[in-house]
Design a protein around this ligand. Structure first.
Ligand code: PLP
Length: 469
């Protein structure tokens, strides 16, 4: 492709993205295609000769786009958001254009040093303890795996030094913890049977007394408690585990404490939400996702550690072909995680933070929280609706409850959710809280404003009346 053709398509694609984001409300939020529908329109064999980009772009619009679920739609209320933003998109374009592979400092000094600077900005923005050092991982799942592997190395070092024998290592997390913890525990070799799910209180937050009981019991039985994962903002209901009490238990029993704040971490940029980090001084590792609520294109997870040496000891490798003259003076992020190759992810984060500023980001997050509380009030006021969990941030868990038998409510609510999502006007997802099927109204898409939340509520009322008729 020559420069003129590249520019011609480049300008058109930027126009297309700008129009897409402006007209996004014209699309159904959830893709309406049936399984196999996209595949059936695509040739099974690759083209032998190259094709003009014009035809590829046409197919993108006619075949691919109908199979896209529109996460940037302002009526996106499912899961948690995966926000992009114009400055982030443009930075991704530059990243793709540069195409640098940033495994070590030398392979792009600016990438390594910008990552250091931007992560230190983030640390300050959230109010994490001074001295914690950050690195970008692709996802929270990876960051948690990295934490578990580091905790394993740390615990076995300790074990070998103290006793010279290896006992089964145990990991603790609340029963509301994200599934990535179980996955990490399996991959890191702890064994699924050595993951203890700690009961939660009425607000779905971990009960520290139950954690301590479990730790003591494991010690008695000859297991070695190794790591606790506290969740700040659980996936089902944004419950906040009490970090301070959990931290004290970890300190007393010499346990690694990892905090998973994948979604909710962003809210810590608000002075009024900093309390969720009370006890952060006990935390060994912490992750949150700018790719969720900080308007930075997927993927971008910010991972902070108290002791970088423990992290590096776990992951460092020194093959001859990667040695450089600067290794003693710089950070080589290849040793701070699992993959060798690294994308230049710091650039988009830098663009986002500079473009919006801390105050701009606070304003957007605060507005989402206001809308969440508004929606909660509407749910609480309506007789046929039931609020199912405290609304700590902007996620509202609720269900339809017209007083029928408990065993019939789950299927009623499943049908209710399907009827909402089938309209294509909104997308909500669901969860299960203590056996109850619950709808999740997760407010946090960048372009969501009060109109979208009001329209969603009107639709919810309309569909519920139809269902209960
Ligand atoms: N932890 C929590 C609490 C989450 O809510 C999620 C996803 O929603 C994850 C971890 C996984 O995030 P990722 O997709 O970045 O691995």
């Amino acid at each position: 492709m020559d420069k003129d053709e590249f520019k011609q398509f480049g300008y058109r694609f930027v126009d297309w993205v700008a129009d897409y984001l402006t007209r996004i409300e014209e699309y159904p939020v959830l893709s309406q295609v049936k399984p196999g529908e996209i595949k059936s329109q695509l040739p099974a064999q690759p083209p032998i000769q190259g094709e003009p980009l014009e035809g590829v772009f046409e197919d993108f619009q006619n075949i691919i786009l109908p199979g896209i679920t529109h996460w940037q739609h302002p009526s996106w209320f499912g899961y948690f958001p995966a926000n992009n933003s114009p400055p982030s998109i443009l930075a991704e374009l530059l990243t793709a254009g540069i195409g640098a592979q940033c495994m070590v400092w030398q392979t792009s000094p600016a990438a390594a040093e910008l990552e250091e600077v931007v992560l230190e900005w983030l640390r300050q923005m959230l109010g994490l303890p001074e001295g914690m050092v950050g690195v970008i991982q692709d996802t929270a799942s990876t960051a948690t795996l990295v934490a578990l592997l580091t905790a394993r190395e740390w615990a076995t070092d300790f074990e070998a030094n103290q006793k010279g024998v290896r006992m089964p290592l145990v990991v603790y997390a609340s029963e509301e913890t994200h599934s990535s913890i179980e996955k990490g525990v399996k991959i890191a070799g702890f064994g699924k049977e050595n993951l203890r799910y700690i009961p939660t209180d009425d607000a779905f937050a971990m009960l520290p007394s139950k954690l301590e009981e479990a730790v003591l019991l494991d010690k008695e039985r000859g297991f070695k408690p190794a790591c606790v994962i506290a969740t700040l903002g659980t996936t089902s209901s944004t419950a906040i585990d009490p970090l301070l009490s959990i931290g004290k238990i970890c300190r007393q029993h010499n346990l690694w404490l990892h905090a998973d704040a994948a979604f909710a971490g962003t809210a810590a940029i608000l002075p009024e939400k900093k309390e969720m980090l009370e006890g952060a001084e006990y935390v060994d590792s912490f992750v949150f996702n700018p790719h969720k609520w900080m308007f930075t294109n997927f993927d971008c997870s910010a991972y902070f550690v108290k002791d970088p040496a423990a992290l590096i000891r776990t992951f460092e490798i020194h093959p001859e072909y990667l040695k450089t003259g600067q290794d003693a003076k710089v950070k080589n992020f290849r040793d701070w995680g699992i993959p060798l190759g690294r994308r230049f992810r710091a650039l988009k984060l830098w663009f986002v933070i500079r473009y919006y500023g801390v105050e701009g980001l606070q304003k957007m997050v605060r507005e989402h929280i206001r809308l969440g509380q508004l929606f909660r009030e509407w749910v609480e006021r309506e007789d046929n609706f039931e609020l199912m969990a405290p609304v700590n941030l902007s996620l509202v868990c609720f269900r339809l409850n017209d007083g029928r038998k408990e065993e019939d409510l789950n299927s009623l609510n499943q049908e209710f959710l399907e009827s909402l999502n089938q309209t294509g006007k909104v997308f909500l997802s669901h969860t299960n809280l203590r056996g109850k099927y619950v709808l999740r109204m997760a407010i946090g898409a960048r372009m969501t404003d009060e109109r979208h939340v009001r329209e969603a509520w009107e639709l919810i009322q309309e569909k519920s009346s139809e269902l209960l008729k």
